[in-house]
Design a protein around this ligand. Structure first.
Ligand code: ADP
Ligand code: MG
Length: 723
């Protein structure tokens, strides 16, 4: 029997009552199988004797005799609390039983107890208020005290000592002891017949444990070595399944394509630039960077190949991904289809739409722009042309996959800033065509291990170079109290004809005005700081028309200073703007800071980014609270920004600071079917399991038909992967 077939209800376990059943249900535990998969949060090693005198390095694990007891008044509760004086062979200590008067019945003077606790010196005593005790049987007590190491290791004596104990995360109605008891029961009745899920040769090859032993040992390991082996086994198994899922997706993709191959595309000339692409390139005032050229070739190859493209294009902010997507669109059109370019914000979609019109219409491409805000009047004819195939490239937002939108022959889907879209949205746009080619783009680099995990079935291209002539952006930190200097600096740049962004964390603030906000700062900058230069304001609450106008004015130079919230974070491209001032920079995440900084440095002039931070200063009126306290993490982020410009390095630093769960693009990582494995920490195991899974799929494509691997069951769940 496989673990996942252990669907017996947990009522079957002795001693489990309605209260516990309710509490377990809240954790999603209904069956014995799910109970056994409720892995410990951590483990306490109570197999080693650690006498009281060694309290400083770890909790103690010893045998003590109770010497005396005493009551003392608790000034907070007004009640009496119990103090119990104990001693082991090394020294004396005190157990302080806050709010636990019942302990008087459990700790008797003269008797012996196993003790686990964290001690500290307080008021001249060695005290513990967090501890666990268990009475040592009468007849062995004194001996145990004399020879605690040996005794403690003798498991037969104690439930909770002399062994490595699991520690579970709890919720109301559950205690450690309850969970330990239930799981021990479940193990003793159900663990033995558990069948291995992994093929035997892999268990052997990687020295993993048989499933039944792994499950037992993950809860109650007999040694730390066994625990590590059990962890490795379970992690490997999860990662192997993940590998199978990903490998299967890649296989499926190839087989759909084979079917499509019948009416497939002509292969292009030996060169990797198609005629339409060539026409666009000739019109550009610059040449492609090496990275852009390579990606274009890869895309051409994919799009001419026998199966649909599924490519993730990563390139730092400003590396010129948009142009690459236009080139891909041209290839799609040449192959007789339509292309859709989807962007996460209307602002960005519009910018792409305008660029596309400017660059592609002159070479005969019919471009349209579609967002949810498009009025009915323009909308109906547009949809009609789209479904009639009279539009070659449609640029827009989520509206591109709304119900009434139909394509004649959607051949290519480009998703810009792909991490801003959910899995379902990506699937929705894909379903508008018959296996269209897919190009996903992101300026938020995903470290390799995560990319393998999440996008393991995609081909990944990286543009590592920036267009030539760009000067590295100079980044400066400035205390808020020094912001006048920043203003002076920006004033000089404005006088030289440049433009600037000022970004604030909020649109408006609360009445206390503890933070600067975009609205009031727009007024202040316009009236007091830069009275000679036109100031514009943009944030998410403005109407689309107003946003559009403001952006256009900024682009044309009619507005010289753009005050904004993080709406300008993605995509906005105005090369003449060379100053980025971010207020309360300590409040922004690393990825946002990097994206924001990437709004400048897009032209040939030197650009500057000022990270203005407030360190618990009071602003404005005196009744205000301190604005923010600069946390260590906030400081660390600013330091990373100051020292790095490479988006990949910044992403890695972000990972270190925040942990993988928070990486942009994996927020929906609920879709990783992982319980114990961590794709970052367990990267080597991940790669191994992935290779093994791919190899197995390769050798044995009928794997799914085979009954003995529960992989088939895992796969039959609707797969939550991106595309
Ligand atoms: P991102 O990769 O961040 O989306 P964009 O596509 O917005 O970058 O491009 C940034 C800017 O670089 C745009 O103004 C674009 O016209 C310009 N650009 C793109 N490719 C090149 C190139 N090969 N040489 C010079 N400038 C380029
Ligand atoms: Mg972009």
């Amino acid at each position: 029997m496989f673990l996942r077939e252990l669907t017996v209800s947990i009522d079957a376990i002795k001693g489990i009552g309605p209260v516990s059943i309710h509490a377990l249900a809240k954790k999603g535990i209904y069956s014995v199988g799910s109970l056994l998969c409720y892995y410990p949060r951590t483990w306490e090693d109570r197999s080693q004797y650690i006498p009281l005198k060694d309290f400083s390095s770890s909790p103690v694990c010893t045998v003590v005799q109770v010497i005396a007891r005493d009551w003392f008044p608790n000034s907070r509760t007004g009640k009496q609390d119990l103090k119990v004086y104990v001693a082991d062979t090394s020294t004396r200590g005190v157990l302080v039983c806050f709010n636990r008067p019942f302990m008087k019945n459990q700790l008797m003077v003269g008797k012996y107890y196993w003790l686990w606790g964290s001690f500290q010196y307080k008021f001249g005593e060695l005290q513990a208020s967090v501890f666990e005790v268990e009475a040592v049987p009468e007849e062995t007590g004194y001996e145990a005290m004399l020879d605690p190491a040996a005794r403690l290791l003798d498991k037969a004596l104690s439930q909770h000592f002399g062994r490595i104990l699991p520690v579970y995360s709890l919720n109301e109605g559950l205690t450690q002891n309850m969970l330990r008891r239930f799981i021990e029961q479940a193990l003793s009745h159900y663990a033995d017949p558990l069948a291995d899920e992994l093929p035997g040769y892999l268990i052997q090859q990687h020295q993993l444990l048989p499933k039944s032993q792994a499950i037992r040992a993950i809860h109650f390991p007999r040694s730390l070595a066994e625990l590590h082996q059990a962890q490795k086994t379970i992690k490997y198994e999860e990662l192997f399944y993940l590998g199978v899922l990903i490998g299967k997706r890649a296989q499926d993709r190839r087989s759909t394509q084979r079917a499509r191959c019948g009416h497939s595309v002509p292969t292009s000339r030996s060169g990797t630039v198609s005629p339409l692409q060539q026409r666009l390139l000739e019109r550009l005032p610059f040449t492609l960077t090496q990275g852009q050229g390579e990606v274009m070739s890869a895309i051409n190859q994919d799009m001419n190949g026998p199966y649909p493209m599924a490519r993730l294009l990563q390139g730092d902010v400003g590396s010129g991904k948009t142009l690459v997507s236009f080139l891909a669109a041209l290839r799609g059109v040449e192959l007789g289809g339509q292309a859709a370019l989807m962007a996460p914000t209307e602002l960005l979609a519009r910018q792409h739409g305008e660029n596309a019109a400017g660059l592609l219409e002159p070479i005969g491409i019919r471009v349209a722009f579609l967002t949810g805000n498009l009025k009915a009047k323009g909308r109906a004819p547009l949809l009609k042309r789209l479904s009639a195939g009279e539009i070659d490239l449609v640029v827009g937002t989520h509206a591109l996959f709304s119900k009434e939108v139909q394509y004649k022959n959607l051949r290519l889907v480009v998703i810009d800033e792909q991490h801003r879209f959910g899995v379902l949205q990506r699937q929705a746009i894909m379903s508008k065509g018959a296996h269209p080619d897919l190009l996903m783009m992101s300026a938020t680099p995903i470290p390799r291990t995560l990319a393998l995990t999440i996008f393991g079935d995609l081909d990944i291209s990286i543009i590592r170079d920036l267009p030539p002539g760009r000067k590295p952006i100079k980044t400066h930190l400035a205390r808020e109290s020094n912001e006048a200097k920043v203003y002076d600096f920006v004033r000089d740049e404005l006088a030289a004809g440049r433009q600037a962004y000022f970004v604030y964390p909020l649109i408006e603030t609360d009445e206390r005005k503890s933070l600067k906000d975009a609205k009031s700062m727009a007024t202040r900058l316009a009236q007091q700081v830069f009275p000679r230069h036109p100031v514009g304001l943009i944030h998410s609450k403005l109407g689309e028309e107003e946003k559009r106008q403001t952006m256009e004015d900024f682009r044309s130079g009619a507005i010289r200073i753009l005050v904004a919230t993080s709406v300008v974070e993605v995509g906005v491209d105005v090369p003449n703007a060379n100053c980025m001032v971010i207020a309360h920079a300590e409040r922004f995440g690393l990825s946002a800071l990097h994206q924001l900084r990437g709004r400048v440095g897009r032209g040939e002039t030197q650009s500057y980014c000022f990270l203005v931070y407030s360190d618990s200063q009071t602003l404005g009126d005196t009744s205000a609270q301190p604005a923010t306290v600069l946390t260590d993490e906030g400081k660390a982020r600013l330091k990373v920004m100051l020292e790095n410009t490479d988006g990949f390095v910044i992403a890695e630093e972000d990972l270190k600071l925040r942990g993988p769960g928070h990486i942009t693009g994996t927020e929906q990582s609920g879709y990783l079917p992982l319980g114990m494995a961590d794709p970052i920490r367990d990267a080597p195991l991940l790669e191994q399991a992935r290779l093994d899974a791919f190899a197995m799929l390769e050798q044995d494509p009928d794997l799914l038909q085979r009954e003995h691997l529960p992989v088939a069951q895992v796969l039959s769940r609707t797969t939550p992967f991106p595309v």
